[in-house]
Structure formats: structure tokens, C-alpha cells
Design a protein around this ligand. Structure first.
Ligand SMILES: [Zn+2]
Length: 324
């Protein structure tokens, strides 16, 4: 079999995570780190079936150029095919590979992205009970390892193809031979990883009465389904004001806390607990009140004031799937 050098380069660009090291699969299926760079010669030996390589998903910058969902329980391949259709409906192209037990679903990125971003974005799509790679947001060592595709599995002696799996459960390799499948890889589409738009909270200094864990709002810009709530009051009516506002303001048993809006208060600080949160009397209505300010509002008003956004912008973010 003749494989042109450009195929190795292309294969490496698609599948190799960390370049300065790799792992070798032993006959029992386990991997051992080699401690040498992953060269094109190593890839050639992998595709020739002389040795089987695992690659570390994260590079030395904690970034990855793909994500993989790994199904090893019965029915897993069908579940991955379903996930593939869900991703496609959201504009995310993915590729199904058979594996020793069931299958892998690959999503390739246009450029390497931080593992934490990738996990925040794609992990919600991963069915329960399946492994998601990268497994970590960060790693001090080598982190997750995946078997490079199209080699010979050391336990079964088989190669596993990329496949299509239609809604009738019919499975077919994307190409008839290893050679044509390597050529097929050239047509793989990569997707753009959404950037996380971080909105700075109104104050970065730590004030008493404000719980620190949720000081910033992140909004993934994705093509996820938009909010089902079409009206702001409907959206507010769906929220639990105690739980939502309680993430920002530490509340006592009477649901009173130190007001986070310092401009209401002398010396810019609510030394008493002037801020009360309650369930609204009309759905989606007023659910907090500041006794010093003499006013209150809905949960939407709270978020608007807290993040200093105008109503239109906050609503746009809610409809884009921002979580509070
Ligand atoms: Zn206040």
C-alpha cells in the first residue's frame, strides 16, 4: 500500500494532540508512555499496523483540536449516532468511528481551543455514562489519551472504520479501504469553537454580603436552542428568586441580605441587611426590595442592575442561553 507523505501530515494535523510525546498500546490493550516525539515515521508504523499509538489530547498549552465522546456500553454506537444528529441540528459537524466495543464521536476544531472552553460547550451534549475527551480542564501531567484512529487494535487485531449510521440503524464505512478512508479524511469539516464572552460584574472588590462564587457571567455564543420563554415576565415567573438572587447575595433565614447596590447606601455600603428577597405575589413580578432605597424589582431587574446591562442586552443574552 502506498500512502503519500501529505496524508501523514494531514492525519497528524487532525488527530495528534501533544506532539512531544505519545503512548504505545500493549497487546493487553493498555498504553505506556514512550517519552519521545510523535514523528511521521511513528504515524506510518501506526497506519501500517506495526504498532498502535495513543495520543495525548491536550497540548502543552492546555488546548485541544478536537473532542471525542467514547461509548463502550451496548447500544452506545446508536446513541452516538443520535448525538451526531443533535449536534448537526445545532450546526456542529461530527464524525462517527467504530471502536472495539461501540464507537467514538469526533468533533474537530478550526484551531486549538482551551480544554475548559471545549468542555463547557460540548460536554452537555455527551450522553450520560459516556466518557468525554478532553477529560480535564487542565492537567499537570499528560492528561487524557485517545487511540489514534485507523490503526490495528492490539487486543482484537482489527482496524475500525469511520462509519455512517442512518436512522434505520444501517452502518456503513465511509470508504471501502484504508487508503480511500485516509483520502476521505481530507474532506473532514472542522467547526469553530465559540468564544466565551465574559462580562465583568459591576464591582470586582469583595463586599460583605455578596457571595464570591458567581461574580462573572459567561455566555457561550453557540447555536443552541434559544430560550423557550418569549416574554420577560414569563421568564421571571420560571425563576426561583430565592435561589437565583441567593447566588449573588448571601441571605439569612428571613431572606434578608446586604444590598449589593452600594449607591443606595451611605458610605457605599449596606451595613444593615436592607435587602429582602421573596416570592412575587404575581408571577414574574417584584421579588426583591431594598428598604434603604425604597424600591425593588423582578429577578430580571436584579440581573440588569447587577450586571449594569440595558434590558434589551440582558434579554438578548438570556435568549442566547446565558445561565444565571
Ligand atoms: Zn440597597
Amino acid at each position: 500500500m502506498v500512502i503519500t507523505p501529505s496524508v501523514y501530515t494531514y492525519f497528524a494535523a487532525l488527530f495528534v494532540g501533544r506532539r512531544d510525546d505519545y503512548a504505545l498500546q500493549a497487546p493487553n490493550g493498555l498504553y505506556r508512555r514512550v517519552g519521545r516525539p510523535l514523528t511521521l515515521d511513528v504515524l506510518r508504523a501506526h497506519l501500517d499496523g506495526k504498532q498502535t499509538i495513543g495520543t495525548y489530547v491536550l497540548n502543552d498549552r492546555q488546548a485541544c483540536s478536537y473532542a471525542v465522546m467514547d461509548a463502550d456500553k451496548p447500544g452506545g454506537l446508536a446513541l452516538l449516532a443520535h448525538t451526531q444528529r443533535t449536534l448537526a441540528a445545532d450546526g456542529i459537524t461530527s464524525y462517527l468511528e467504530q471502536s472495539r466495543r461501540e464507537g467514538h464521536l469526533w468533533i474537530f476544531f478550526q484551531k486549538p481551543a482551551p480544554a475548559a472552553t471545549v468542555r463547557g460547550w460540548l460536554r452537555p451534549y455527551c450522553p450520560d455514562g459516556m466518557e468525554f475527551f478532553p477529560k480535564q480542564d487542565y492537567t499537570d501531567g499528560y492528561g487524557s489519551l485517545v487511540r489514534l484512529p485507523l490503526g490495528v487494535h492490539q487486543v482484537t487485531g482489527r482496524r475500525y472504520p469511520f462509519v455512517t449510521y442512518d436512522e434505520h440503524g444501517y452502518i456503513e464505512p465511509v470508504a471501502p479501504t484504508l487508503h480511500t478512508m485516509l483520502e476521505w479524511l481530507r474532506h473532514i469539516e472542522s467547526v469553530e469553537v465559540p468564544t466565551l464572552e465574559v462580562v465583568k460584574p459591576r464591582s470586582t472588590r469583595i463586599t460583605h454580603g455578596v457571595v464570591n462564587k458567581k461574580r462573572s457571567m459567561t455566555q457561550p455564543v453557540t447555536s443552541r436552542p434559544s430560550s423557550p420563554y418569549t416574554m420577560i415576565t414569563d421568564w421571571c415567573a420560571q425563576q426561583d428568586p430565592i435561589a437565583l438572587i441567593g447566588q449573588y447575595v448571601e441571605l439569612n433565614q428571613q431572606r434578608m441580605g446586604h444590598c449589593p447596590f452600594e449607591e443606595h447606601h451611605d458610605h457605599g455600603e449596606d451595613r444593615r441587611r436592607s435587602f429582602k428577597v421573596f416570592h412575587p405575589t404575581t408571577p414574574g413580578g417584584m421579588s426583591w426590595y431594598c428598604y434603604a432605597w425604597g424600591k425593588g424589582g423582578s429577578v430580571f431587574d436584579f440581573l440588569r442592575l447587577y450586571y449594569q446591562l440595558d434590558a434589551r442586552e440582558l434579554w438578548r443574552r438570556i435568549q442566547s442561553g446565558a445561565r444565571f
